[in-house]
Design a protein around this ligand. Structure first.
Ligand code: PLP
Length: 315
């Protein structure tokens, strides 16, 4: 819908995404956009650079498409520039990065890191860059965008995190050829994304009460995530989570940590779902965690990770 593209363009522009004269497409979520991008640009056996640890569903999609992966190491400021360089040297034709609220580590690409990553990408203009900004309005930190340096790029922003995953709506901006292929592929398959959902998206974007609610949710996630990160650090655990709804906690043994936490009444995700070559960890999602539960839960994690040192869990 032109109205959706128009508002999406203004919102992209405000965040520094280079959308002058570029096409904007609506897809049924992020993975739908990424699948169309990869299918139209790559062939089975081609190599995709992915963050490690990275989003499990994306790793599954890349494998299901018959593509190979090469991993990029990630710290709190995003993929490491040397690692990106190495991945491209190893033959990556496409690179997928998460702008903010990286899943599972909560990394957000910082201003300095964006400059360094853009410098690497500028040396490889043939690479397809796919940027995933799924946290969007919920991110709580500024966007430092990489798009526009390479000849082929796509910047995807999902409605799932700020407005609800059941909308199944994401907007993508990209260079003319890349977007032409995505839109063409959409036409010969699902056709378009329901205009009922697109109209709903538009109303949510333009509703002041919704905007206030999303901002309050972002502040609440920030508060609870940082409280838990601090509580875990105080207990000697290495926890990452600069943005978003997840914390990544380094552990030596994922199975025993996940099992001990389950016995204490908590479900966390084993890091193996998110890892290729990176060391073990667990992903903790803070969305169901109340402020009052933070200390108790941190005790339980400490006990699960270092049972002898931490004493009995508090739950
Ligand atoms: C890294 C990442 N990208 C995107 C999404 C959202 O995907 P979709 O837009 O397909 O709902 C998620 C959801 O958890 C995610 O973790």
């Amino acid at each position: 819908m032109p109205e959706v593209a128009e508002i999406a363009r203004a919102r992209f522009e405000a965040d520094g995404v280079p959308v002058d004269d570029v096409e904007i497409a609506v897809t049924s979520g992020t993975l739908d956009a990424i699948e169309r991008l990869l299918v139209t640009r790559l062939r089975p056996g081609d190599i995709v650079a992915v963050e490690d640890p990275g989003w499990a569903n994306l790793l599954d999609l890349v494998a299901a498409l018959g593509l190979s992966t090469v991993s990029m190491a990630v710290d709190d400021e995003g993929p490491l520039p040397d690692s990106l360089d190495e991945a491209i040297a190893l033959g990556a034709q496409a690179v997928i990065v998460t702008a903010r609220a990286q899943n599972p580590t909560g990394a957000a690409i910082s201003e300095q890191r964006a400059i360094a990553l853009r410098a690497v990408l500028a040396q490889h203009p043939q690479v397809l860059l796919i940027e995933d900004d799924h946290a969007a309005e919920l991110a709580g930190v500024a966007l430092h965008c990489l798009s526009g340096v390479t000849n082929s790029w796509a910047f995807i922003r999902s409605a799932s995190k700020p407005y609800g995953p059941d909308l199944r709506v994401a907007v993508t901006a990209g260079d003319e050829e890349t977007m032409g292929r995505v839109i063409g592929r959409l036409r010969i398959s699902t056709g378009w994304v329901s205009t009922v959902m697109q109209r709903l998206m538009l109303r949510l974007w333009l509703d002041d009460d919704v905007t206030t609610t999303v901002a309050a949710a972002a502040a609440s996630y920030d508060r609870r995530r940082l409280a838990l990160r601090d509580a875990l650090s105080v207990r000697g655990l290495q926890a990452h989570g600069t943005t978003g709804i997840n914390l990544w906690v380094r552990v030596n043994d994922e199975t025993s940590a996940v099992t001990a936490l389950r016995d204490a009444g908590y479900t966390v995700a084993p890091g193996s779902m998110f890892r290729l070559a990176s060391p073990p960890g667990i992903r903790v999602t803070i969305s169901p965690l109340d402020d009052e539960m933070v200390e108790l839960f941190a005790d339980a994690v400490a006990h699960a990770v270092h049972p002898a040192a931490a004493g009995a869990p508090g739950r």
